[in-house]
Design a protein around this ligand. Sequence first.
Ligand SMILES: *Cc1c(COP(=O)(O)O)cnc(C)c1O
Length: 375
Amino acid sequence: MIRPVLGDEEAAAVAEVVRSGWVAQGPRVAAFEEAFAERMGAAHGVATSSCTTALHLALLLAGVGPGDDVVVPSLSFIATANAARYVGAEPVFADVDPATGNLTGKTVEAALTERTRAVIAVDQAGVPVDLDELRAVCDPRGIPVVEDAACAAGSVYRGRPVGAGAELAAWSFHPRKLLTTGEGGMLTLASAEVARRARRLREHGMSVSAADRHTAGTVVIEEYLETGFNFRMTDLQAALGLVQLTRLTEVVERRRDLAARYQRLLADVPGIDTVRDPLYGRTNYQSFWIVLPEGFPVGRDALLERLLAAGISGRRGIMAAHREPAYATSSSGWTADLPVTDRLTTRSLILPLFHQMTEEEQDRVVHVIATAAGR
Ligand SMILES: *Cc1c(COP(=O)(O)O)cnc(C)c1O
């Protein structure tokens, strides 16, 4: 649960773009790409219309196509699995670690098939995935790992920003994430050559971007080198993103303080597990989830209703794609034997946690949970 942190600076930045007359993809998108990639410790940034389109591009760039399998966690927003289908491949669902909700070397290994051409590793609700462990399984087999870092801006993996060590990482700037541009996404990449192709693919396969053609000072006739897409971000969005990026550190610190306070208060409620930092990194607490133990006196959905009755809007935990009709009839080789995923998606809920949240508001949330636990 999250509310965007938007202020007068954002409003002024967007107004300036309107007055400049250049509202589509242009200089601010380029500036945002550079600033974002630098903050994330990545070599290149390619802005897109969303994380969904960034994931689509990432799989194309990784060479995934019809007939291939892509290993993904079922426990994720549906866009992760959908990305495989956009390129004609099928997702193969792997189970996750009970504490982090993330893929592990073991669960990925169990899901590999002869047709596996990529793995999409999600940083679950901001909790960094152990990328090195996955790459130890995938690198020797020549299988690229795409990081779905949609939720992970500001999280830390082994002392570096999440995504810094990824060949390809996809980000989201939807208002449900910590840093928003309204809608929008980014691909960060290690290779300059792959970044060039990504820029081309997001703009209709054009040999020269519209912005570059406009500023060239000579007549430039563009060519269309391959079948591309319109996955562009606008300068209006990028102007917003540039301001949002300056708030990221403060926003993450505030969330971490509130999360630590939740953890202290909930430690008194027996059996409740909460999301926490893994040993190898720091989460941005994009979502603060708790898992109800077996035998908790109140079911998950009933607890959500009790919260709602107290004026508190919680949400169910992270969804599981394999339980959705869109994936109920997969032709691929995955089995629905995902016990940890099933437990997390049915027993977990996400508590409200937003920048402006007060201690009193937090106390009321904990009070409802403690009362449900019979304390
Ligand atoms: C939000 C989210 C997406 C989709 O992001 P959009 O920018 O809305 O397309 C993809 N993957 C994960 C894990 C997400 O949380």
